[in-house]
Design a binder for this molecule. Structure first.
Ligand code: AKB
Length: 316
């Protein structure tokens, strides 16, 4: 069967790279990218549609026009921005998901991908090797909306048989597109500042450990999950997934191995610290390893080397 894949929210950090990977795999025209804004660099190899996921009428027209076999819903408001606009974050993250799931049922979409986040965990979740099933008491609107989304996904799968697949992404590190208002964004800003100014003022403290994943691993993992046979997947809320856990101090040391003069300072009282403090230090992703052979490839050193090599080329 020829796939027709719609990515909603394709201009963001993950959407940009997912579109490239899906177009390489299925062909440019088979992958319809869409976002609320025009892409900064248009990709002539496939169609683009301007769409607001909260506008049900236009969303309906999009599904009628393309009759997608697969949908990736990436439009979301992340943790730090969500705390500035809690009502909008809830609306976009929850009602956007419901709109897409309802249309996916109506149009017989065969597979839906929707990302959750480590933000579904909270202050009472275990911090080290946080398991798949545990206490979940998120206290950011982003985390609450993602946890609600997970329950909705499992419900639509159980009740209506919709084939929804999901990953709890940790912080994603990448160089092609800018990150969009998250708490883990420091791990990208640091590289840009190291190359531009040789110094970085970090909004998280030196010892704040968070789980992270390099974009290449994130894309490979996402495509592997979407390719897995449906009956191999026993989790229909969202899979824990991780690459590597590190602190800002550890990342700074790694950067210093390549740029010896690099210096870092730590800002105090940034609101993102309070968010990070409620998130896991590390994640147990045994279920993803067992169900669909998940294995990350990029360790901290690999990430630093790849980021600096590619950003240097991009800047010059
Ligand atoms: C954020 O920091 O908000 C995101 C996430 C971990 O979901 N990168």
């Amino acid at each position: 069967m020829e796939e027709r894949i719609i990515i909603i929210g394709s201009n963001g950090q993950i959407g940009t790279e997912l579109a490239i990977a899906l177009r390489a795999k299925f062909g440019g025209k088979q992958v319809i990218t869409s976002d609320i804004r025009e892409p900064q660099v248009p990709d002539p190899s496939g169609p683009f549609e301007t769409i607001d996921v909260l506008d049900k009428k236009s969303l309906h027209l999009l599904f009628t026009k393309y009759r997608p076999t697969q949908v990736y819903l990436l439009a979301a408001m992340l943790s730090a921005t969500g705390e500035k606009y809690p009502r909008q974050a809830w609306d976009l993250n929850v009602n956007g998901l419901l709109n897409v799931l309802d249309l996916s049922l109506e149009y017989g979409v065969s597979k839906v991908f929707w990302p959750s986040s480590i933000a579904v965990f909270g202050p009472h979740s275990p911090k080290m090797n946080t398991p798949q099933y545990t206490v979940m008491d998120p206290n950011t609107v982003y985390g609450i909306s993602k946890l609600a989304g997970e329950r909705i996904c499992e419900y639509y799968h159980g009740r209506y048989g919709l084939d929804i697949r999901s990953i709890r992404y940790p912080g994603i590190i990448s160089w092609k597109a800018a990150p969009g208002g998250g708490t883990t964004d420091y791990a990208i800003h640091i590289f840009h500042e190291a190359l531009k100014n040789g110094t970085y003022s970090c909004f998280l403290s030196a010892d704040t450990a968070l789980p992270m994943l390099y974009m290449d691993d994130a894309i490979r993992g996402t495509l592997a999950l979407m390719d897995a046979p449906a009956d191999a997947l026993h989790i229909r809320s969202s899979y824990n997934l991780t690459g590597v856990s590190f602190t800002p101090a550890m990342l700074a040391d790694e950067i210093r191995n390549i740029i010896p003069e690099f210096t870092i300072t730590y800002a105090e009282n940034d609101p993102r610290q309070a968010i990070a403090d409620t998130w896991p230090n590390s994640i147990d992703d045994t279920e993803a390893r067992e169900d669909w052979d998940w294995q990350p490839r990029f360790a901290l050193t690999d990430i630093a080397v790849d980021m600096i090599t590619n950003l240097k080329e991009k800047i010059h």
